[in-house]
Design a binder for this molecule. Sequence first.
Ligand code: G3I
Length: 361
Amino acid sequence: MKKIKILAILFLFMYGCESALNTGSGSLTPSYNTDETLRQIAEEKGIYVGAAVADTPLFSKNEPYSNVFVKEFNMMVCENEMKFEYLQTSSNNFYWTIADRMVNVALANNMKIRGHTLLWHSQSGWASNVNNPAALSNILSNHIFTVMKRYSNKINYWDVVNEAIEVNNALSNSSNFYDHLRKSFWWTNLGSNYVEYAFQLARAADPTAKLFYNDYGIEAYNTKALYTYLLVSNLKAKGLIDGVGFQMHIDTNFKPFQNGFASNLKRFSDLGLELHITEMDVRIPIPANYTSYSQQANTYREVISTALSNSNVTAIVFWGFTDKYSWVPGFFTNYGDALLFDKNYQRKQSYNAVMEVLKNK
Ligand code: G3I
């Protein structure tokens, strides 16, 4: 009987503790002044914290999306609205309304802007059906010049090319990055120099913009990161690139130390490139619980502190900021809650972890 009593007291103590700590979806009473914002601390440290935003919630009058966004972040990227199919809706017909009003929100709130993205194998609309090298070359040139000139001195960073490296296991013995380019319609029509061509166009279109290559799965010291390193080394040698974006779409299994994250970043920064974390989210199984939110917070803490230990890392951008609007549940079954704010815009443990890292930088 006594044993049961002890166990019961222990259970209540543990549960009581957890429930006292666990206010809301995994949020924890923070150890800092809750009036402070990520943006405020980031600006004190001279770095950018950003988020991908979507047009509809940004202009909704029914929720705090835009207020939280402009208060907490000093960098914006459009989640979809600046992709090829959104800006050039048909051949040489451009649609600016939505992208312009999102750019204006960022400018009005003194935010830097990442342009995402000029050349990608996905969401390229009608262009992906063009099967004519000369025509597609002109289409790409027209797109890059038209878009970059419109947003010159407004958009500071461009993802000129997104996700062009795809490890070709059939040529795993080849360290030639040309052998590991994604065989998209851009490659089929323009050949293996299409990435360099895009960067040449971008450099000519807006010499004031910083030109980035952006990809996923290149955060660890792995094969894809090696081919990306070789690709950007070639571009850097030709003066065509200024930075690399590491998307950082991960789960809690990503361990920076074990994955060689710091040494991977270093080989890129040793090239003299600016480095951005461009699309960070840390997906967890849903329904989540206190433990998984804590693990998520630890992953945010370890990744961002490792990233910011490299002085060439100048921006940490999250792919969304509230769990209410995230691509993750639609693409990863039974996963979600990947961001810093819960669906009710309450700061989560992950937010607290990021804030602590920024304050300690
Ligand atoms: O706008 C249409 C809407 O009219 C339609 O009713 C609805 C249902 O079909 O689709 C809507 O378009 C969706 C679009 O997001 C806007 O919500 C597309 O179907 C959907 O495929 C698209 O997903 C985007 C995805 O890129 C496309 O690959 C995600 O929102 C976006 O977060 C995601 O972002 C990418 C980055 O650009 C590159 N890195 C990876 C990252 C995650 O995939």
